[in-house]
Design a binder for this molecule. Sequence first.
Ligand SMILES: [Zn+2]
Length: 622
Amino acid sequence: MVIPEQKIEEIRAAANIYDFISPHIALRKRGRNYIGLCPFHNEKTPSFTVSEEKQIFHCFGCHAGGNVYRFIMDYQKISFIEAVQDVAKQVGISVEVTQTEQTEGPSEQEMLYDVNTIAARYFLENLLNAPEGETARKYFENRKIKLSTIRTFGLGYALPAWEAFINFARDKNIELNKAVQLGLIGKTNEGRLYDKFSGRIIFPIFSSTGRVIAFGGRILENRENTAKYLNSPESVVYTKGRVLYGLSHAKDDIRKLNKAILVEGYMDLISLHQAGVKNVVAVSGTALTEEQVQLLSRYTKNVVLLFDADAAGMKAAMRSIELLLQRDMEIKIASLPSGEDPDSYVNTYGKQAFEKIIDRAQNFLEYQTDYFQKQGLFNEPSTTADAIRELMKPVALIQDELKRSLLIKTIAKKFNLREMLLEDELRKTLAGHQREDQIEAKRRKNVESKVLAEILPADKQIPQHIFNLEVELIKLLFEGSEKVVELIVHHINDEMLLSEANAAIFNEVAEAYNADADLTAGALIGRIKDEKIQQYISNITLEKYSISKMWEELHPDEVRGNILEKYTKDVLCKYKHAHLDENAKEFYLEMENAQNDDDKIIIMKRLRELNREKQLISDELL
Ligand SMILES: [Zn+2]
């Protein structure tokens, strides 16, 4: 399905973002923007901001943000194309969705999605009808997976051949290098192509909006030197740590029940779904990541972990617990009788028995204390001390003081531990965190928002004041003023920008400017495909604190456009000066180390040139 970029932009320009958000969320005016309670996370004070002027939204609580399409996609949980169609209908523009290529052609990303979709259909077809698919059909039959479930999750089978998929891809005119990029086709050292998933049953991995972005493949017969599971490599459409398996199938139920069950494997999730337990997501193979937690926190704050009760499972669970606690999630842990996994359990005992297990889930601290007690750690003072230290580590991550002390009280009482002992240990851990926080705060000093800190590369030393000016320039690009964009595009280039994200944004805006395209924030943000960068932009451009606003307050009588231009010139001047000052710093260092007067004179000359350059910049801009 393809809608030309131009049409997408035409539809967006005809829609007012306010009209699309206000029917769902009570918005009230504050300053130039509207604010309301965020639909993507639970909150009591509004941090969800909508700008009619810029045609974007941003939540300062969970960092969701973007233009009207992003809102519709996330709110209604539909794909991009569907969101475009939806908006088009409401603004009365007709779109013809065609299968054929438009003059402009689909983006690289779209083409990769298409290859994945076609491949997924092919694997499904093999599973359902190919004679060689019999073993795979048997496999699912043995695991009691119904046909309807196979279709729901698009399960499939890759024929056990060298070139079955390759031949199919050739027939379908798929560019083979795209399939190589996506990890569907592999290349031997001699350059020969082969089917990467050959002989595996296939689990398509969907984005939260339901598009096929990757595949997981499980071997059917254990063969030597072959991994049991194979996953697609990361690609333009797939970043491993940012996807939760099954989320697109589960999100409605997660929202409805306000609870998510986290399991380990594909089959666990699929069996549960088939049994009617649908608020389930799987981490599948990798450890839970911060991004996955953030993704999940958009739908619920309540998570039940269902992991193997053995030591390894426990260790994996602890790491997840820490991440979840940092996001202020409520965590419970459920465990199955030993020897059972969710898949086997629900197949044997059914939905109701499983739901009982979930209802009996213990608070994470209770669970862990229980576990330590069973291991006999509280029998001796020395092991007790270690165990308590371990227990308090995650507790210290809970922000809410009241919640913390309640937890401690419950645990102390239930396990007959001295409350004081727990509190002392907690205090020590908290003091340690505070020190870490202070160090972290120093690093983040002056960085205005969390999202900003996230995209700021930690290893790269960017002088803070230059970075702040850089962000200010990026902000100005989204003010909707052609004159401002012109000034910035003429005075700087992407190579000057020290942060990669900023440089990428700058290039997109410069391209839009050169193409005479719409320069409102809502249009520009749509050109950027990376969700994280979209959030970053909506964050900085809607930030409550803005220097340009202070300028406006200082010059109440001037026309807004004039102030903005003056301000832009001021920032540009400071930014270019700051770069030159960095050079000057190096010269001063050289000067200190200079061996003789001749060297010093040369350095002095260079410094004078720098100063002259600075003066020229001031003359031109101020
Ligand atoms: Zn939010």
